[in-house]
Design a protein around this ligand. Structure first.
Ligand code: BES
Ligand code: MN
Ligand code: ZN
Length: 486
């Protein structure tokens, strides 16, 4: 998909040569400055009850008199702010994508001027509308013939919107990589596959990748990570991918992604219903790869390291059992009371490993708890951090990317639930506040770090008819990393 900006000529929108024209309408009335030919159709559609100017509503017309583009689609965007704009573009392209148009010109009409954020939202909506999973379904038909999108803007806005398109394209490519990885079934997307993906990404984008195997991890004392991996025939991998965009002595930002390529629950086996969705349990890892891709494409002036502990969680004769005690890389011992609370067991060793990078900040991203889905549903990711500045930065990045998070508490009182008679801590704290006690477990491994945790259990994928990975939170993470460039 090709994106560009275009300045409307003297003839206005009506004279634009494109297979389709998508007019995104801001406000609840027909915009005064809209070309007459377009305004007439829009007024009539509103008057006849065929279009209400509520966000996401669309009206489609063919061969409008006085308009050069053979297809015209109006989509209502509410007040014209980015959220409504994105919704309108998604709905408009939804109406156009199955048709014959190869090129579409998009314009924002009404009181609001398009800006960088609109450019970014346009790319996000378009790539979302046109994504098709093909890796294990090569017969899947293309979503659309659409191949080029031009954002029609005023001269004064062109530079800002073009910059927005550029960020949008990088984020969209990162989101797509994350979706591609996460959508692949567990027998395809193994820990070795993720390691190969990281290496492929490194080749294409100038990253340095190191993949530690079981022996390397043993030497480092990663007893907790390896305990989860021991029930699987698939060899575990510990991936470290480095992007250098700033001077060597600039402390890196570190992203740690949970890479459970399939979570059966282990001996604490999960119920059968929807267990297939546990192939998405490497969504955190996928988002780390996607963010590295976006940041590298934008040549951001930061140093960024992605760390991915990856393995399967399987029941087996060699698998960990409830009550087993393991020693983490930090030296702290853990009583594994529930083998299904495996994410924190692989992340804790990755967080300890992160210490040696002397990072400016560490953010882990994990499909960690069903409890987070109960708490926040599927719209916002859970954000946990004891550092108010870091939390504020991450929330703001989410707003900017329309990839929202919500801050959750980390009060010391929650830590009591992790007490164990047989180890320094248990790996579960009971049903109450399950997303928080999981975060408190991770917090025990972050004393030396500026750290935040994103629980993406509710946001990394969709269930039901639209089952599939979302690529979240690549947008949030990319914007946060960009905000840290000096
Ligand atoms: N990967 C799951 C979390 C999950 C479950 C994400 C359902 C999305 C939907 C995680 O490894 C897990 O199993 N967590 C347990 C923790 C519990 C045993 C304390 C959970 O949430 O049930
Ligand atoms: Mn689990
Ligand atoms: Zn899991």
């Amino acid at each position: 998909m090709d994106f560009k900006t275009q300045v409307a000529g003297a003839g206005g929108l009506a004279s634009i040569a494109s297979d389709a024209l998508l007019v995104v309408v801001a406000g609840d009335a027909v915009p005064k400055d809209l070309d007459k030919a377009l305004a007439d159709v829009l007024s009539a559609a509103v008057a006849h009850g065929d279009l209400s100017l509520k966000p996401g509503q669309v009206f489609y017309a063919h061969h409008v008199a006085g308009v050069k583009a053979p297809r015209v689609c109006f989509a209502a965007a509410g007040d014209g702010a980015v959220k409504g704009f994105r919704k309108a573009v998604a709905a408009g392209l939804g109406a156009l994508k199955g048709g014959g148009a190869k090129s579409v010109a998009v314009a924002l009409a009404g009181a609001v001027d398009a800006g960088a954020a609109h450019g970014e939202a346009l790319v996000a909506a378009a790539s979302d509308a046109l994504y098709v999973y093909r890796a294990t379904k090569p017969s899947a038909p293309a979503a659309s013939k659409l191949a080029s999108v031009a954002f029609v803007v005023a001269k004064a806005q062109q530079a800002a919107v073009a910059a927005g398109l550029k960020v949008g394209e990088a984020v969209a490519a990162g989101v797509e990589l994350a979706r591609e990885c996460a959508n692949r079934p567990g027998n395809h997307c193994t820990p070795s596959h993720l390691a190969a993906e990281a290496k492929r990404l490194a080749k294409g984008h100038g990253l340095k990748v190191e993949v530690l195997d079981r022996k390397d991890c043993e030497k480092l004392g990663m007893g907790s990570f390896l305990a989860v991996a021991q029930g699987s025939a698939e060899p575990p991998k510990f991936i470290v991918a480095r992007y250098h965009g700033a001077a060597k002595d600039v402390a890196p930002l570190v992203l740690v992604g949970k890479g459970i390529t399939f979570d059966t629950g282990g001996i604490s086996l999960k119920p059968a219903a929807e267990m297939d969705e546990m192939k998405f349990d490497m969504g955190g890892a996928a988002s780390v790869l996607g963010t590295l891709r976006a940041v590298a494409a934008l040549k951001a002036k930061v140093n960024l390291v992605g760390i991915i502990p990856t393995c399967e969680n399987m029941p087996d004769g060699r698998a960990i059992k409830p009550g087993d005690v393991v020693t983490s890389m930090s030296g702290q011992t853990i009583e594994i009371l529930n083998t299904d609370a495996e994410g924190r067991l692989i992340l804790c060793d990755a967080l300890t490993y992160a210490e040696r990078l002397k990072p400016a900040a560490v953010v882990d991203i994990a499909t960690l708890t069903g409890a987070c889905v109960i708490a926040l549903g599927h719209h916002r990711s859970g954000l946990f951090s004891a550092d108010d500045t870091l939390a504020t930065e991450l929330l703001a990045a989410g707003e900017k990317a329309a990839d929202l998070a919500w801050r959750m508490p980390l009060d010391e009182e929650y830590d009591e639930a992790l007490k164990s008679n047989f180890a320094d801590m248990g790996n579960v704290g009971g049903r109450a506040g399950g997303a928080i006690t999981a975060a408190m477990f991770l917090k025990r491994f972050t004393a030396k770090l500026r750290w935040a945790h994103l629980d993406i259990a509710g946001t990394a994928w969709k269930s039901g008819a639209a089952k599939g990975a979302t690529g979240r939170p690549v947008g949030l993470l990319t914007h946060w990393v960009l905000s840290q460039a000096k």
